[in-house]
Design a protein around this ligand. Sequence first.
Ligand SMILES: CC(C)(COP(=O)(O)OP(=O)(O)OC[C@H]1O[C@@H](n2cnc3c(N)ncnc32)[C@H](O)[C@@H]1OP(=O)(O)O)[C@@H](O)C(=O)NCCC(=O)NCCS
Length: 314
Amino acid sequence: MRFRPAVKDDLDRLLGCVVDEPISWAHPERLLSYVESRNYGYDRIWLATDDDTDDILARAVWWSFPDGARPLALDCLYVHPSVGDRVGVAADLLRHAHAAFGRAPEYHVFVPNGWRGDPAATAAVGWRWEAAGRAGLTEELERLRYAWTAGDAPVPEPPDRLVFRGEEDDEVFVEAFRRVAAGSLDFATRQALRTMDPVEQAREDVRDCASMRGERSWWRLAYDKGGDLVGVALPSANDAGPVVGYLGVVPEQRGHGYVDDLLAEITRFHAERGVQRIVADTDSGNVPMARAFERGGYRNFAIRLVLSADPAAP
Ligand SMILES: CC(C)(COP(=O)(O)OP(=O)(O)OC[C@H]1O[C@@H](n2cnc3c(N)ncnc32)[C@H](O)[C@@H]1OP(=O)(O)O)[C@@H](O)C(=O)NCCC(=O)NCCS
């Protein structure tokens, strides 16, 4: 068996890989559109091929921003049904790719609500989870996916306790992000703060938000009537459409329900530009945020599993 990145000539055979399990995967339509948009690149699709026939025995596909310097998330892990040890082959494939990338990007798996009660879904997740773990993606996180749909839920009134202002200086957002990250219940933020300086972590988050499809001019800082900072509200968008983006309350202002005002501002902002559906994710452990989505008219429609490497692992 040979492990190598794909090349353009592999395209037909890549389109012939079929996952028939109830799990997200890089199906032909997605593959073609993301190759075209450069969210997928051949150097970020890795293959295990047969030594004699060069047939594809396994395939791993990573997603990145079109001009991104590095792969950000594993989107699809496929092993041909003829392979006996699919966990072993998939783990080897990931290990080879991680060595070439110099890092182990997260694996994002989308599954329906209630997947744990569905044997086909647990089987589809199970072997991939084991393979990812063997390749170093040992940290597990479940994120709840929410959507607000126009017509199903009312457009919130403008919050009157807070004043929202734009701000052109990224450094002001870096400082606000740094404050909001303190005591966060968000897994990725907590993991990052284990190894990074808080200002560096905030700067990276601001950079990541700026790489999204939403306009930078949509970002807002929220102040109370006394002029003190309450938090940040960043409506945004990704490839699939409008998203909540990011919001947070500084620690000294928590516990007053301001999360509802920030979310209302984001929902109202998108709704006023005619958006029909707004999507958002939060960790299942970020209970204050999940409750705020439910109060704000957002419905939980799916789950995103995120498997990642321990940042403190050697
Ligand atoms: C999630 C967040 C916005 C909630 O803000 P909030 O305005 O304090 O929310 P609420 O007022 O509804 O809080 C409800 C309860 O949860 C508690 N709570 C809120 N955030 C908390 C935190 N980070 N840690 C522990 N408890 C928290 C509140 O104190 C309150 O407790 P109480 O009912 O005993 O008074 C805030 O925790 C935050 O900014 N976190 C960091 C950024 C983040 O996670 N953003 C969402 C990313 S998807």
